[in-house]
Design a protein around this ligand. Structure first.
Ligand SMILES: [Zn+2]
Length: 140
């Protein structure tokens, strides 16, 4: 465990993938297992691309919004203002979650969960094998 944390700290200073230890708990029982969370520290260029994509989507929706009667009075200004705000917020995100290797505390199956990039931990997921709710928490 200490080895993983040490390596994590070294890699986290740079960009690229790194692993964080997870503690996994089942809702129904006091059983607890471990796992690994794969995260990625984004480069400045990747952050800019993600921000530009958000801006592009928001401003790209302005054209279809223009042809919707009455709604275009509200949608166009909202999308114009929301685009840069969303892009700024997206640019601020430096680390994203990729996947989690977890061992279910109830059925003991090893599963790889594809995580949403902006997942906030602790989070609840469903075991693919037994449909149990399991809590993923970053281990201290
Ligand atoms: Zn399970």
């Amino acid at each position: 465990m200490e080895n993983i944390l040490h390596e994590t700290r070294q890699v986290a200073d740079n960009v690229g993938d790194y692993i964080l230890p997870l503690s996994i708990r089942a809702n129904a029982a006091e059983l607890q297992t471990g796992g690994k969370l794969r995260r990625c520290r984004l480069t400045r260029k990747q952050r800019l691309l993600r921000a530009a994509k958000s801006l592009g989507i928001a401003w790209g929706l302005i054209l279809p919004a223009l042809i919707i009667p009455l709604l275009h009075f509200a949608l166009v200004p909202v999308l114009l203002v929301a685009g840069p705000i969303l892009a700024y917020l997206r640019y601020q995100v430096s680390d994203i979650s990729i996947s989690a290797n977890v061992k279910c505390p109830l059925c003991a199956d090893d599963t790889v969960l594809q995580m949403d990039a902006n997942t906030v931990y602790p989070t609840w997921e469903t075991c693919a094998s037994c449909d149990a709710s399991i809590q993923l928490r970053i281990a201290q």
